[in-house]
Design a protein around this ligand. Structure first.
Ligand code: ADP
Ligand code: MG
Length: 228
């Protein structure tokens, strides 16, 4: 038992450290990208410099993407388990996703009916929702609809994230959550889903995926309703 708790403490320290690091690394990365962009847009630079700076910009984007999908473990603050107001989280998620949705010609539909809450760390839940919405939007390169729907049933609260995008084969669905599994080549981190599974499990919830190639994908997260 003692060994177990020691291991747990160590894990806590590691994730705490990872948290601080990725938090701290984000800002300098943004600065680096800014300067690279200045170089890239300078009309007086030679052709190679334009090419090199372009590569460097893509790589900083990649590093930022990894941190974004993962930042969830990366909160310098200790975890805070509280009742989560879904209305607020969904509203925030919509706000965060709007620029990407607009860029991809995707419209967002939100249907939030009930008033019950679920229990967890709101920041983590937010991260899970954002990772799912991001995947949904990215699956719709030529426009479509991303729907965010909540539904209450007995003791359970379901949160659906649905898209009308490229969909997945059963083999691809089976690999979701495997670290670094990504079909997006240099644009993917393959960490988004792993993070979603971990967060939902941590909230005593379940993830269910339904998908069909060229039809779209329906992700359902189910959580026990919070009772005080
Ligand atoms: P990433 O998005 O960085 O590739 P994820 O873990 O978020 O990594 O997703 C892993 C892979 O699962 C994606 O590359 C994609 O192929 C597939 N995927 C996830 N969500 C969807 C979706 N809504 N529609 C189609 N494919 C999806
Ligand atoms: Mg993703």
């Amino acid at each position: 038992l003692q060994l177990e708790s020691f291991k747990y403490e160590k894990m806590e320290t590691v994730s705490h450290l990872a948290a601080s690091i990725s938090h701290e690394v984000r800002n300098p990365l943004t600065t680096v990208k800014g300067f690279l962009q200045l170089i890239h847009e300078n009309p007086n630079i030679p052709r190679e410099a334009k090419l090199y700076s372009q590569h460097a910009i893509s790589e900083t984007d990649r590093a930022t993407a990894i941190i974004s999908d993962y930042l969830t473990f990366a909160r310098p603050h200790p975890e805070k388990i509280v009742p989560i107001d879904l209305k607020e989280t969904i509203h925030l998620c919509r706000e965060v996703m709007t620029p990407l949705a607009n860029k991809q010609g995707v419209s967002m539909e939100v249907n939030h009916f009930h008033h019950n809450r679920i229990k967890g760390d709101p920041h983590k839940f937010q991260q899970a929702l954002i990772n799912l919405c991001k995947n949904g939007i990215e699956a719709m390169g030529t426009g479509g609809t991303l729907s965010l729907i909540t539904h209450e049933e007995k003791e359970q609260l379901h949160v659906y994230v649905m898209d009308t995008g490229i969909g997945m084969t059963p083999e691809q669905v089976a690999r979701l959550g495997e670290p670094y599994f990504s079909l997006k080549e240099e644009n993917g981190t393959g960490l988004g889903f792993m993070v979603v599974f971990r967060i939902v499990e941590g909230m005593f919830g379940k993830v269910h995926v339904e998908s069909a190639p060229s039809k779209g994908t329906k992700i359902k997260m189910s959580f026990p309703i919070y009772k005080d």
